[in-house]
Design a protein around this ligand. Structure first.
Ligand code: SF4
Length: 388
């Protein structure tokens, strides 16, 4: 039976709110194998998959778990995602995970990696030190070595050796997934009234907790349905959201921005699903291909070192490509990478005369009224400026 966009979004929303990770447990029980979690922003999901495990994106607990014990592990002023992730762990909700990867996103996640080893010493975990040097002979070789080590260790956890053939097959599946995700983003950019971000985000987010082939089919279904569904166009302002690459904004916040008169035509949520700007080479050594794609074709983001003002220029390009009228900086409270990046990005937007507004959020922010007023005023102002 054909589902509507709302039904696909409702299915994805059930996954979004399921803090028991029922879809992952069901996959395991069906004889699927192992589950290995990963924190934002980037983890080599292809290697996890090639080891016979489902990569599971862990992005905190949102606004529907009261954090109690997690607060004891971190300073109260820090961002929220590490604390709610600790609470997920100490309440037993992540026991189905056979391993956990902590990328070198920032000090907070690095420290969480150490805490995890104390919380769950019986389970495999690894701090994944992604390169910050993009010379193929330096960062590329380092990363290839890391990928091989990770593959060997995961193979010991799952009992499935990561052969070149297995890894090549996994890379192909994630290439296909990235292609449909990019297509969904292009649809939203070109016809945002057909594919609102409150739905696109849920469909994207489902990829955290279902296997890659299921997710690719889900995104395909959403694209085809959205294209075939007539929805009224609106005179909204087109905006790009920046800063949401790690701790995720609550769904209510995304809806509030839309309801205030904005079409979100690009964003940096859940970047792992579109990390590479070009596919890894399909032939030859797959570890080398993944490493080369990382150093040559990584999406610009605050957690990656950039020796030049490249990220500001890249943001301007994104704004132009999305035909956006302005930028919303939406950073998690005390997110050091997002907030340190902002002045450099703002300087570039100022140079180009691109308007912007900024606010901070937590994954458990519950009051959206002030943000809705702010983004609504921003949207109205852009319309007035562009009409002047
Ligand atoms: S929200 Fe920012 S500071 Fe917090 S863990 Fe993520 S990247 Fe680090």
């Amino acid at each position: 039976m054909t589902r509507t966009c709302q039904e696909i979004a409702a299915y994805s929303e059930r996954l979004y709110y399921d803090l028991e990770f029922g879809s992952c447990k069901a996959w395991k029980e069906d004889g699927g194998g192992h589950c290995v979690g990963y924190m934002p922003v980037y983890a080599p999901r292809e290697v996890i998959h090639a080891a016979g495990a489902m990569p599971v994106g862990i992005v905190g607990a949102g606004d529907w778990l009261e954090v109690i014990r997690g607060d004891a592990y971190y300073q109260s002023y820090l961002c929220h995602i590490p604390r709610s992730t600790v609470d997920l762990a100490v309440t037993g909700r992540l026991e189905f995970l056979d391993g956990m990867l902590f990328p070198s996103t920032c000090d907070v996640i690095r420290n969480l990696s150490g805490m995890w080893q104390m919380l769950r010493p019986e389970t495999y975990s690894r701090y994944v030190d992604v390169p910050q040097n993009f010379d193929p002979e330096i960062g590329g070789r380092f990363w290839e070595h890391e990928l091989r080590e990770l593959a060997r260790e995961l193979g010991e956890v799952t009992g499935t050796e990561v052969t070149d053939a297995r890894l090549r097959a996994s890379i192909k599946l994630f290439d296909e997934n990235r292609a449909v995700v990019n297509e969904m983003y292009a649809l939203r950019r070109d016809q945002p009234h057909r594919a609102p971000t409150s739905e696109v985000y849920l469909v994207l987010r489902a990829g955290n907790v279902v296997d890659v082939e299921t997710h690719t089919a889900l995104v395909r279904e959403y694209i085809d349905t959205a294209k075939a569904t007539d929805r009224p166009d609106m005179d909204n302002s087109r905006v790009v959201i920046v800063g949401t690459f790690c701790e995720q904004p609550p769904l209510g916040l995304i809806k509030s921005i839309e309801r205030s008169g904005c079409f979100v035509v690009d964003d940096d949520m859940l970047l792992v699903s579109r990390w590479f700007t070009a596919d890894p080479a399909p032939d030859g050594d797959p570890f080398g291909a993944l490493a080369r794609a990382f150093v040559d074709h990584t999406v610009p983001t605050a957690v990656m070192y950039s020796p030049t003002s490249g990220r500001g220029k890249a943001l301007v390009e994104r704004v132009r490509r999305a035909r956006a009228e302005g930028v919303i900086f939406a950073a998690p409270s005390f997110c050091v990478p997002a907030l340190l990046d902002q002045p450099m990005l703002v300087a570039e937007l100022d140079r180009e005369g691109i308007p912007y507004t900024a606010f901070k959020y937590s994954e458990n922010t519950g009051q959206f009224g002030p943000i809705r007023e702010q983004t609504g005023t921003f949207a109205d102002t852009m319309k007035l400026w562009s009409a002047a």
